[in-house]
Design a protein around this ligand. Structure first.
Ligand SMILES: Nc1nc2c(c(=O)[nH]1)N[C@H]1C(S)=C(S)[C@@H](COP(=O)(O)O)O[C@H]1N2
Ligand SMILES: [Mo]
Length: 356
């Protein structure tokens, strides 16, 4: 079968802002199952922190029986595990919302997958001993600055409810793809919260504090909240679990192709359960066919690779759609759930191509 050949372009990250650094992975460069560090999207609220790695200590304090102060050495000696997980920014695909919303105009590449190795946060919480009334675990990073909404200086900090903090796969990670975590992605320690959008996975961990109340830092109570209304905060609720989603990697939007057979391929992922079905339409949603799914190695938190052989017999313009369904019966909607800050976009993916 003949297949369209693509010009070879050296992979790069597409820059949205340089300070702080916000760059995404053009979706066509996601070729392998895991993304190498140099192609890992970067999402930062502040300038990179300056850290003295040689003298790194991790405090765990607050509502615990025995506060801990751990060295890297201490951590590296604890039982560790490795998980393969999708990390997706809650603002991924924000640029497709209509009407437009403020915020970084991410296209489809604020997403990553790789292997994280670390010590379960649970292990540390058990060692420190949670005291009665422990409700949330606050993870604070070393980076700081002023937020757009106020003149105050904040560090990047987020909390997890106790249940998610105790999930055995919520990790204090120190390796990405068998290497120490690259500095821009959180070296030496980063939280990794599989199944939740990326904002939960705090980089450059400075300290961990257990509290008996609801944490309300700006990245918890102002940002990373779904605001369904344009004019007011009614119906607001926090951004947590990743929505069921899929992306077409090939062909690319606006490609001009020859008549004949083409492979349509891409990825699909979800934050709850697993992907059960990916459907493709080449006639703008009138008819749908199941794509072939290759989920042999996707694991519990990984994306599935899918493909579809398309026999494009007639010249013309085509709208191609992809739509994923997960095991909790969530399915990608035809229209996204619009919200004022533009989080969680997961409408079915859509590209246009021309057959000559
Ligand atoms: N300390 C710190 N952690 C952070 C952030 C940040 O700005 N500072 N950004 C969060 C957001 S919104 C996302 S999507 C991911 C991005 O991780 P990456 O830059 O490694 O891709 O990190 C999260 N953790
Ligand atoms: Mo994000």
């Amino acid at each position: 079968m003949s297949q369209q050949s693509y010009p070879v372009v050296k992979p790069y990250l597409k820059t949205h802002t340089l300070v702080p650094e916000n760059q995404e992975t053009p979706i066509e460069f996601i070729q392998n199952d895991t993304i190498p560090s140099r192609l890992f999207y970067r999402r930062n609220h502040f300038s990179y922190p300056s850290l003295s790695h040689s003298n790194y200590w991790l405090p765990i304090n607050g509502l615990v029986s025995a506060p801990l102060l751990l060295s890297m050495q201490d951590l590296l000696q604890m039982p560790a595990k490795t998980v393969k997980a999708v990390l997706e920014c809650a603002g991924d695909k924000r640029s497709f919302f209509k009407p437009k919303v403020f915020g970084e105009q991410w296209e489809k590449g604020a997403i990553n997958q790789g292997f994280w190795k670390g010590v379960p946060l649970r292990t540390l919480l058990e060692r420190a001993g949670l005291r009665e009334g422990a409700k949330e675990v606050v993870i604070e990073g070393y980076d700081y600055g002023k937020t757009p909404d106020s003149d105050q200086v904040y560090t990047y900090a987020r909390s997890l409810p106790i249940e998610k903090a105790l999930h055995p796969d919520t990790l204090i990670a120190f390796e990405y793809n068998q290497q120490p975590i690259p500095f821009k992605h959180g070296f030496p320690l980063r939280l990794v919260v599989p199944q939740w959008y990326g904002m939960a996975s705090v980089k450059w961990i400075k300290q961990i504090t257990i509290i008996n109340s609801h944490f309300s830092g700006p990245f918890q109570s102002i940002d990373y909240v779904y605001y369904p209304n344009k004019e007011n905060n009614e119906g607001a609720f926090p951004v947590t679990t990743i929505n069921v989603n899929s992306t077409i990697q090939q062909p690319r939007d606006m490609d001009i192709l020859n008549r004949g057979n083409h492979i349509i391929k891409g990825i699909a992922w979800t934050g709850e359960g697993y992907i059960t079905k990916v459907e493709i339409s080449t006639d703008n949603g009138q008819t749908w066919t199941n794509a072939k799914m290759d989920n042999r190695d996707s694991g519990q938190y990984g994306w599935v690779l899918w493909s579809y052989e398309w026999a494009a017999g007639k010249s013309g313009e085509y709208v191609i759609l992809s739509r994923a369904t997960d095991s909790t019966n969530r399915i990608q909607p035809s229209e996204p759930f619009w919200n004022r800050k533009g989080y969680g976009y997961n409408a079915m993916d859509k590209i246009k191509v021309k057959i000559e």
